[in-house]
Design a binder for this molecule. Structure first.
Ligand code: MN3
Length: 201
């Protein structure tokens, strides 16, 4: 068994004008594919590990043999993080959190606007490449954090709900150095229905 690139539920141009089609296509078919290929390569000869789901693999990095652990952390993280990323964005514009998720956001951050401000600050402020996150911690509390490179909160025992990829490959063609504008535009394409599913899991 080996890992494979997930299909998207929408066309590459479906998120225009927020995310341009060219960026979406390169991001999916080149960047994400490359993480999948390098992960499969790293796991050649480790069939027991390659049988695991990507979530299982990344939630127990300590059990990965040391000689391939860095490759799995980087490329398994790349596969896991992008697999989540494609699901929490979508063509339905202007969605908002609802129900229990909306209540939990208000409770943790005071308001939806306060949450957005804090999340954007975490994502925009991540030095170099990485991600901003909304996660559910072990006690079920909502927390905002950022990770470097392809680090995943799942490897720290947290449940990722929402993420913003702030690697330059995610925005440079359209936004160049304007990461704050990209982060602000991101809210227009968040698929809050999917975020709620991850929250309720
Ligand atoms: Mn990316």
């Amino acid at each position: 068994m080996s890992y494979s690139l997930p299909k998207l539920d929408y066309a590459y141009d479906a998120l225009e004008p927020v995310f341009d089609a060219r960026t979406m296509e390169i991001h999916h078919t080149k960047h994400h594919q490359s993480y999948v290929d390098k992960l499969n390569k790293a796991l050649e000869g480790h069939h027991d590990l390659a049988e695991k789901s990507i979530e299982e693999l990344m939630s127990d990095l300590e059990s990965i043999p040391e000689e391939i652990r860095t490759a799995v952390r980087n490329n398994g993280g790349g596969h896991l993080n992008h697999s989540l990323w494609w699901t929490i964005i979508g063509p339905e514009k202007g969605l908002m959190p609802e129900g229990k998720l909306a209540e939990a956001i208000d409770e943790a951050f005071g308001s939806f606007d306060a949450f957005k401000e804090k999340f954007e600050a975490a994502a925009v402020g991540q030095f170099g490449s990485g991600y901003g996150w909304l996660v559910k911690d072990k006690s079920g509390k909502l927390v905002i954090e950022s990770t470097l490179n392809q680090g995943s909160p799942l490897s720290d025992g947290k449940t990722p709900l929402l993420t913003l990829d702030v690697w330059e490959h995610a925005y440079y063609l359209k936004y160049q150095n304007r990461r704050p504008e990209f982060a602000n535009q991101f809210w227009n394409v968040v698929n809050w229905k999917k975020v709620a599913e991850h929250f309720e899991d």
